[in-house]
Design a binder for this molecule. Structure first.
Ligand SMILES: [Zn+2]
Length: 107
């Protein structure tokens, strides 16, 4: 899970231009602390094309689907119980992701 590396790779793909803004999606169940992420990013981006880039983080709510009854519901933990049938076999549909969705580079 190295966002700076991801961003640098994307910046290189864009021709090594300076990155001015990075948009991320972080699931609420990914265990990512957004404040910590922003802090780490600023520190780790020094001397890379992403130095000084603004980090925009879009938080995604957790969603799960019950393997027992198929019910889809909001998840606030990875150990959730299906509100419909009480089962614990829940597949996480959304909320664990951490990815770069867009990158704005200086033209
Ligand atoms: Zn269920």
């Amino acid at each position: 899970m190295n966002i700076v590396e991801l961003v640098s790779t994307k910046a290189r793909e864009a021709g090594g231009k300076r990155v001015t803004s990075v948009e991320l999606e972080a699931g609420k169940l990914s265990g990512v602390m957004i404040e910590a992420l922003v802090f780490c990013f600023e520190a780790a981006a020094r001397n890379t094309p992403a130095e000084g880039a603004e980090l925009l983080v879009r938080e995604l709510d957790g969603r799960g689907s019950c393997r027992g009854c198929g019910h889809v519901f909001a998840l606030d933990s990875l150990l959730a119980q299906c509100p419909q049938c009480g089962g614990y076999a829940v597949e996480t549909l959304q909320g664990k992701e951490l990815k770069v969705v867009s990158l704005i580079v200086d033209e």
